[in-house]
Design a protein around this ligand. Structure first.
Ligand code: 3NM
Ligand code: MG
Length: 515
């Protein structure tokens, strides 16, 4: 039997809204895209559990999908369910297999790589539930949520240590705002999860059918419009992209640090976009719905996690671009936590930083001096780190420095990653050393990238290249006519403005290469 794990409904009768029954919820869900159902009843007497299982089984049988019973072998046998799901401390898998035979589905909850290794060694389960992915109110967790990073580690063990045939679903805190990126960012080359397992986002919904349909669409389709194809052969800055910024003038919502707000706003205006600064969550959902709006998160002066996470959630939900600038990411424990939290709980179209920041984001130990990178690594090493981060996050990664590096996020429209994945890497040389003497010169590049993405959401890679190139070209030109960092600032804003008006990227003098 081939089982479709893609939209895996797990029940919890305690979460059913007033006026509805569990039966209503499961029926609506199954009719709208649930591909497998697990009946999870923690407080029912045995007789009632069996009766309920029978009733639910009628629904799933009619739809031709499997019913899995949580925990209770006796109930599973009594109703001849298609399978059983157990936790680490429940009925031992070896015994289950012995009793149920080879044809029943057996699933096991796995919290970490050690439990994954154990499951491979036993080689008796059909699938594992990897969780908890995120925080959840539905179940008391024994361990802090692992995030996509933890899920990748588990999948790596399955891929490399003999568990390639074991299917998997993600579980814990999954809903329509994070389902897409959860699938994308948990995948590694050669091994991806097979679906999402969801309790409250469906069961607690007043319209379980609609809730399921949304999730089902996300798994099947919406991901493709969110993460558009970046396979571009053209790496030359594009006048069409610049024209779009000028004609659309996108709203660029910036949650940024206190040092650079004025400068970033001025840079945004100079290139034809429209800045708005807000850290108030009451603004977020409206802004995220503006046509062509886009979000920049700059963590230079670290704020409460929810200020960032609520904003990313809204923009992700509305399929709008988000740029993350993890300023000073490796400088302190707080900053390392902040980036981990942001990366684990949101999807970013572009992650931009200097070498130290990108290495930290990629999970490579680095030395930071304040917010300045004190790293001096080879360009090859930086490219490798940027590729790793791009693949893990499915984001475009920009590493700034004398040579800027831009790596695509392999956003092919599918969430699995082929083992032979190819990532486009572009380097841009140019600029002027005064850029390094002016505060906000890195941060306002984030504003420019965000502006370009907002007006070119379907071609994010070329938009990013064009934004970075425009910025460097303006720096080069301003440097030539400035006597020091002081006069450089107004000259730089003027050059950004002029380059935008001219819109003739063919005349730019940068060295842009695909490597
Ligand atoms: N198992 P929701 S987390 C049933 O970590 C369950 O194994 C988990 O509920 C695990 O979708 C979880 O409402 C609850 O967050 C998931
Ligand atoms: Mg259990």
């Amino acid at each position: 039997m081939t089982v479709d794990y893609s939209v895996y409904l797990v029940t919890d009768s305690g979460l059913v809204p007033e006026g509805l029954t569990l039966y209503d919820q499961v029926k609506a869900s199954v009719e709208n895209g649930a591909t497998i159902v697990q009946l999870r009843e923690k407080h029912l007497e045995t007789k009632e559990f069996i009766e309920r299982a029978q009733a639910i089984h009628e629904i799933t049988k009619k739809a031709g999908i499997p019913l899995i019973i949580n925990d209770r072998l006796d109930v599973a046998i009594a109703v001849d369910a298609e399978g059983i799901h157990v936790g680490q401390d429940d009925f031992p898998v070896a015994k289950l297999r012995q009793i149920l035979g080879p044809n029943k589905i057996i699933g096991l909850s796995v919290k970490d790589v050690d439990e994954a290794r154990e499951a491979i060694k036993e080689n008796l389960v059909d699938y594992i539930g990897i969780g908890a992915l995120y925080a959840t109110a539905t179940k008391e967790l024994k361990k802090i949520p692992m995030g996509p990073q933890g899920a990748r580690e588990v999948l790596k063990v399955l891929r490399d240590e003999g568990g390639q045939h074991i299917k998997s679903v993600l579980i814990g805190g999954i809903n329509d705002s994070n389902a897409s990126r959860s699938l994308y960012t948990s995948a590694i080359p050669g091994k991806s999860t097979d679906g999402i397992a969801v309790v409250s986002n469906i069961i607690a919904s007043k319209d379980a059918g609609l809730a399921t349909k949304k999730l089902s669409d996300i798994v099947k389709n919406t991901t493709k419009s969110f993460l558009v194809d970046n396979n571009t052969t053209n790496i030359n800055p594009s006048s069409e992209i610049i024209e779009n910024v000028k004609s659309i003038s996108p709203m660029v919502h910036q949650i940024t640090n206190n040092v650079v707000k004025l400068f970033s706003a001025n840079v945004t205006l100079a290139i034809g976009a429209s800045p708005i600064m807000s850290e108030d969550a009451n603004d977020y959902s409206e802004f995220a719905k503006y046509p062509n709006s886009t979000l920049l998160l700059n963590t230079g002066t670290v704020q409460e996690p929810q200020i960032y996470l609520k904003a990313v959630r809204e923009y992700n939900l509305n399929l709008k671009p988000v740029v993350l600038d993890p300023v000073g990411a490796g400088a302190s424990v707080l900053r390392r936590l902040t980036i981990k939290n942001n990366l684990n709980n949101g999807h970013y179209t572009v992650i931009k930083g200097n070498e130290g920041e990108i290495l930290t984001a990629a999970g490579i130990e680095t030395q930071m001096k304040g917010v300045d990178s004190v790293e001096k690594n080879s360009i090859e090493f930086l490219i490798a780190a940027a590729k790793k981060l791009a693949l893990n996050t499915r984001s475009i990664v920009v590493v700034t420095g004398e040579t800027d590096i831009i790596v695509d996020g392999s956003l092919t429209g599918e969430y699995y990653i082929d083992e032979t994945v190819k990532q486009t890497v572009v380097t841009i040389n140019g600029g002027h050393h005064f850029l390094g003497k002016v505060t906000g010169s890195g941060c306002s590049l984030g504003s420019v990238i965000a502006s370009y993405l907002g007006s070119n959401p379907k071609t994010p890679f070329l938009a990013t290249i064009t934004a970075v190139a425009l910025y460097k070209e303006a720096g080069t030109r301003a440097g030539k006519i400035s006597s020091g960092p002081g006069s450089f600032v107004p000259n730089f804003i003027d050059e950004l403005y002029k380059l935008t008006l001219e819109n003739n990227p063919k005349s730019w003098t940068l060295d842009i290469k695909s490597v």
